[in-house]
Design a protein around this ligand. Structure first.
Ligand code: C2E
Ligand code: CA
Ligand code: CA
Length: 440
């Protein structure tokens, strides 16, 4: 009888250079980690890769081994103790993060990993600098249930991050069909940003339910392509990030918003203008200064603006995020917590955040007439937020019944198609004049 080949399963799943488990282990561990994940928590799968450059490809095997060992150690030192790290191949690692409180967590973990790995550049012996890194993440359950599919999704996000900018991306199904059309969209958007033509901020009124007067407006990004297609704001913002033009966009926004306020004041319309910020903005330490300068240039008081930040961004207890939020507060700007109720922060968290307004998410508002649960959630948000002296705005109000129910629950302010969709500035001015305006 021929001897059966000796197979050491354990050994086959360990990378001999770094001592880390291999991809097969990740695929075996992931279903178990999903099963054991705490209720209401998410799980992140991060693919991290070195994007090779000519200098790296000229290195000896020994130098590459040293680099892989050093990078592996650094990754292990950066992730949380409960996270697991694997190697996929010479240039790629996989990190699984269980029990995450928000879908913003993998993005922040990727930023930390990139920064901490770039810090080892000087220690890599004959390799004088660490080449560019690319990181991509998939999230369970948002992007699927199957272990292989999730790992593939994280790697697809990382592949696209390696091909363009930014170098950190979270998986989106649309990534798999990014092709010619996307290429055209990026080129057109770059043009729109550079010649300041085509992009616009539309205004959606926010109304005092009791008096019926307009007390504020939310500025919402709009862009119509030359082929007539209106591109959804999240897609525009994602494309802006891919172009690496976030700062250009923020400069545009901070030029546009004060100009709009000036024109409203000239028309005798005294309202607060709400602007949306994205997760990356809160990691931009220069943002508060940029906003401060814009206010000074246009000679507008900070009370005229409110910054909307989504709940999932706020609950990340990153000191950088808190620092930016506190500096924005010091400037005198009011902060609003957007999409409240969709994250996992819980009510208690409200007290710890430096915010003055809560926007109840459309998901709950839409169900307030039919669902006891939605009504209960809205009632407790209103109760706590009022106790903390915060303003409460209900978003996505489409019917009179919804408005009546909200009013009965004690909600004072509302925004939604019942009053108006977002309008171009001239139309908004006409709407305001027809609806008698007043200050917040
Ligand atoms: P958001 O901040 O939650 O904005 C509210 C969204 O709900 C807007 O979608 C608005 O048009 C829509 N909406 C308002 N009332 C109703 C209603 O009664 N029914 C329904 N079904 N929808 C309503 P929009 O303009 O497509 O924006 C989508 C998201 O894109 C925004 O969600 C925000 O997260 C982001 N966004 C838009 N403009 C900007 C911007 O200038 N900067 C940043 N960072 N994000 C932006
Ligand atoms: Ca908003
Ligand atoms: Ca919202």
């Amino acid at each position: 009888m021929r001897p059966r080949p000796f197979v050491n399963r354990q050994r086959d799943r360990i990378d001999q250079t770094t001592g880390l488990p291999l991809l097969a282990s990740a695929l075996a561990d992931l279903p178990k980690m999903i099963r054991e994940n705490a209720a209401e928590r998410q799980l992140g799968i991060i693919s991290l890769a070195i994007v090779p450059d000519p200098q790296l490809l000229r290195q000896s095997t020994d130098a590459i081994h040293k680099l892989r060992i050093l990078a592996s150690r650094q990754i292990l030192a950066t992730v949380r103790p409960q996270d697991r790290v694997y190697t996929v191949n010479q240039e790629e690692w996989l990190i699984i993060q269980p029990n995450l409180i928000s879908s913003a967590a993998p993005m922040l973990a990727m930023i930390r990993l990139r920064d901490s790995l770039m810090a080892i550049s000087g220690q890599t012996g004959s390799i004088s600098h660490l080449p560019r890194l690319a990181l991509g993440a998939a999230i369970w359950p948002d992007h699927g249930d199957d272990a292989l599919f999730l790992v593939q999704s994280a790697r697809i996000a990382r592949l696209l991050a390696a091909q363009g900018s930014p170098d950190i991306r979270t998986y989106q199904p649309s990534m798999e069909s990014e092709g010619e059309n996307e290429h055209g969209l990026l080129a057109e958007l770059r043009q729109a940003l550079s010649d300041n033509h085509g992009l616009a901020l539309y205004l959606q009124p926010q109304v005092d339910i009791v008096s019926g007067r307009c007390i504020g407006a939310e500025a919402l990004l709009r862009w119509q392509r030359s082929n007539g297609e209106w591109v959804a704001p999240p897609r525009i913002l994602e494309a802006i990030d891919r172009l690496g033009e976030r700062q250009t966009f923020n400069r545009w926004l901070l030029h546009q918003a004060p100009q709009i306020q000036k024109q409203l004041v000239e028309q005798g319309i005294d309202i607060v203008l709400s602007l949306n910020l994205s997760a990356n903005d809160l990691l931009d330490v220069e943002l508060p200064d940029m906003i401060g300068q814009a206010l000074a240039t246009w000679d507008l008081p900070p009370q005229k603006f409110l910054l909307e930040i989504t709940e999932t961004m706020m609950i990340e207890e990153s000191w950088q995020v808190m620092d930016v939020l506190n500096r924005l507060r010091q400037l005198g700007l009011r902060l609003s917590i957007d999409d409240f109720g969709t994250g996992y922060a819980g009510m208690g968290y409200l007290q710890r955040l430096p915010v003055q307004e809560v926007k109840i998410d459309q998901v709950f508002v839409r169900q307030v007439v039919d669902s006891d649960k939605a009504r209960e959630i809205i009632a407790s948000v209103i109760q706590l937020a009022s106790k903390l002296g915060m303003t409460i705005v209900a978003e996505g109000v489409e019917t009179k019944e919804t408005l009546d129910e909200l009013q009965a629950l004690g909600c004072r302010f509302a925004q939604g198609y019942l009053f108006s969709p977002a309008l171009a500035l001239p139309d908004f001015i006409i709407w305001c004049k027809a609806n008698l305006t007043s200050g917040k």
